[in-house]
Design a protein around this ligand. Structure first.
Ligand SMILES: [Zn+2]
Length: 436
């Protein structure tokens, strides 16, 4: 509990919500939490707030951070399922993506943002084509994100040069999207990016202090290919190139040796766990969560894209993560519910260097209110367990990001318009891709 940071009226007051077992009023000034009082402890400040949200029968938690997604792929939900990875890519995903425009990506990402807002995600880490489409969608939706344009050269020097030029232009343009959009480098994977381009990424990341977001050791085929072309497993190869460090974010990391886990830990690299995608695409898991944790690697959780999940409900993803970790080890005490929630709050705050993941004075006002009267939260023995194992994203009642209310009463602004736009675009895309 602390006094308000300033004498000006709060822009938002959330009254009567539960925080760590206490009833509190949360006062927000602009984009940050200004003060948290015992409910009724600061009636004048609550009365003066420009807007009030009734938080009774809710619990307040930090907004959740989705560590790895391709948000615009929400437009592909249910387009191709129950297929092996290469036919899935060759016959469905890539023909469809070949016809995407920046506007399609914008509306696909808007659709994803609706789903994230409804299920409690306030930050997402994204890698995809048409950077500006996703950036505009994040700005218009009110969410916070770290974005990168995917870089692929397939060993072609001309494509590598084009990727460098495009990336530099994006870096310069990214600042225009404001404080909620941060920028990263995203070499797609070791099998799609040349050693020359990876070296450039390392230097660029160092020069501008940028995160590196990359797919890493997702399948055995990827590991075998890396061994064949470089003589090294992916983590060893990236370490030799000098890419691994506290700004490196490796998605999937399913196929790791003990030695690779030790290197990731020693370099301070972060692992982005995507259990549902790994299970659905049969990527050869389970990811070695218990071993990564024991080694001290910072593990986060992401949903991957909707084409391989098929939703962006991060609480559901935590359920899969926890169950997979228990099943893999034969130990039901591995990844308890609160620890799972930590992966998408405090762990994410550290990896993305953002003042998120906590409900406290001074922190960014990115938070969610969970409905304690939801049937799947009843009778309420354990909030973390009820969220992670029972209610999932369905219990999210209110979502606030950067001090703005994005979900109230179960509705997100513009949702109907977004559905209409996506439907119209889908008809054209499916016909063009020969998938109608
Ligand atoms: Zn991915």
């Amino acid at each position: 509990m602390s006094p308000a940071l300033s004498d000006s009226p709060a822009t938002l007051a959330i009254t009567g919500t539960r925080l760590d077992g206490r009833d509190v009023d949360v006062l927000i000034h602009g984009s940050r939490i200004a003060a948290i009082h015992a409910t009724g402890g600061a009636p004048e400040q609550v009365a003066a707030a420009l807007r009030r949200v009734d938080g009774r029968r809710t619990a307040v938690l930090p907004g959740l951070a989705n560590a790895h997604t391709h948000s615009a792929m929400a437009i592909m939900r249910g387009l191709a399922d129950d297929m092996a990875l290469m036919p899935w890519l060759n016959e469905k995903i890539w023909p469809f993506e070949a016809h995407l425009t920046e506007e399609d990506v914008y509306w696909g990402a808007r659709l994803a943002c609706v789903e994230m807002i409804r299920t409690g995600t306030t930050f997402f880490n994204d890698m995809y084509w048409f950077f500006h489409g996703t950036a505009r969608a994040a700005v218009d939706s009110g969410l916070r994100c770290q974005l990168a344009g995917a870089m692929i050269d397939l060993g072609d020097p001309a494509r590598a040069e084009a990727a460098k030029d495009e990336h530099q232009a994006l870096r310069e343009a990214a600042a225009s999207y404001g404080s909620r959009v941060s920028f990263a480098l995203a070499p797609h994977a070791v099998y799609t990016v040349s050693e020359d381009l990876l070296g450039w990424v390392r230097d660029e990341a160092e020069r501008y202090q940028l995160p590196i977001h990359m797919h890493l050791s997702e399948t055995q085929v990827e590991v075998d290919g890396c061994l064949a072309s470089t003589g090294l497993r992916p983590v060893h190869y990236l370490d030799r190139l000098g890419l691994l460090g506290p700004r490196f974010l490796g998605a999937h990391a399913v196929h790791l040796t003990d030695d690779e886990i030790g290197i990731l830990a020693a370099r301070g690299a972060h692992v982005l766990h995507n259990p549902t995608s790994n299970l659905k695409l049969a990527s050869g898991g389970p990811m070695r969560y218990a071993d990564l944790r024991a080694a001290g690697v910072n593990v986060l959780v992401g949903t991957d894209g909707c084409a391989s999940n098929n939703n962006l409900d991060l609480l559901e993803e935590l359920k899969f993560a926890a169950l997979m970790a228990k099943h893999a080890t034969g130990d039901p005490t591995v990844m308890p519910a609160q620890e799972a929630l930590d992966l998408v709050t405090t762990h994410a705050a550290r990896a993305f260097d953002q003042d998120i993941g906590r409900v406290a004075p001074g922190a960014l006002a990115d938070l969610i209110l969970v409905d304690l009267d939801h049937p799947l939260m009843f009778p309420g023995h354990n909030l973390s367990a009820d969220l992670v194992y029972s209610a999932l994203g369905r219990a999210v009642k209110t979502t606030v990001c950067d001090g703005r209310v994005l979900l109230e009463g179960g509705l997100v602004a513009d949702e109907a318009e977004i559905r209409t736009e996506v439907s119209a675009r889908l008809a054209r895309l499916l016909t063009a891709a020969g998938l109608a």
